[in-house]
Design a protein around this ligand. Sequence first.
Ligand SMILES: NC(=O)c1ccc[n+]([C@@H]2O[C@H](COP(=O)([O-])OP(=O)(O)OC[C@H]3O[C@@H](n4cnc5c(N)ncnc54)[C@H](OP(=O)(O)O)[C@@H]3O)[C@@H](O)[C@H]2O)c1
Length: 257
Amino acid sequence: MTGANRGIGLEIARGLAARGLAVVVASRALAAAEQAAAELAAPDRVLEPCQLDVTSAAERAALADRLRTRHGGLDVLVHNAGVSFHGFDARVAEDTLATNFFGALELTLLLLPLVRPAGRIVMVSSGLAERSGWAPELAARFSDPALDLPTLRALLERFVEDVRLRRHREAGWPTSAYGVSKAGMNALAAVLARELAADDRHILVNAACPGWVRTRMGGAGAPRSAEEGARTPLWLALLPEGGPSGGFFRDEAPADW
Ligand SMILES: NC(=O)c1ccc[n+]([C@@H]2O[C@H](COP(=O)([O-])OP(=O)(O)OC[C@H]3O[C@@H](n4cnc5c(N)ncnc54)[C@H](OP(=O)(O)O)[C@@H]3O)[C@@H](O)[C@H]2O)c1
């Protein structure tokens, strides 16, 4: 569970712990992870604080080691860590993609071998993944049923490069690094679901829009509480056998993007 120290992530962690799962409460700052684990503590709950900046290869590897040696694997992986910056330039594009897309991608690839049968992978995405401001051919590539991981990775790397070279508009990208990162997450869920379809562990991978939520990112004027925002990600984390895979959901129902 990444970005579990506050906002929607804290509520997803609370929901998982309340349903009896042992939760690794991962946060960029260990002190924040410890504080969150203490807040969620109850006699029958297992909560393990852990430091994880999703952009750090060393910290991702340390988490994989911990899950392998202490827990023998994992059942649920929730990618909640996310950033949204003001403005739009090469730095914003690079930093946004590093956390929201590449952090989730690299962590998934590292942890996938450790995911136990009936495992669930959830991407906390956003309605801003919708691609209406994109060139149609580029938008179509993100939902191409033949899209594979190397091509998806190259597409998102090209976005960062196109912004750096100031040619993103002619290349058909929108001026929202956040939107591109979340479209990447949705495509990642779809590609992984296809690649795992023949895997006998029956792992389900989906993306969720939490809605507009009152958190540090969403602001005080948002209509939903963090607990409400956590509902669809939690539902996807606990899907029964035979549930959907590769989809994007809002309010526990399929959503367009
Ligand atoms: N709020 C909304 O209206 C809304 C709408 C749609 C989607 N979302 C998505 O929901 C998710 C949670 O957002 P939120 O609203 O709860 O925002 P938030 O309160 O700002 O929380 C963001 C979380 O992500 C963590 N994080 C940021 N960069 C990280 C990194 N490199 N490595 C690890 N953790 C990192 C933060 O940790 P620190 O405390 O260390 O900064 C924090 O725990 C995000 O993916 C966001 O894009 C939110």
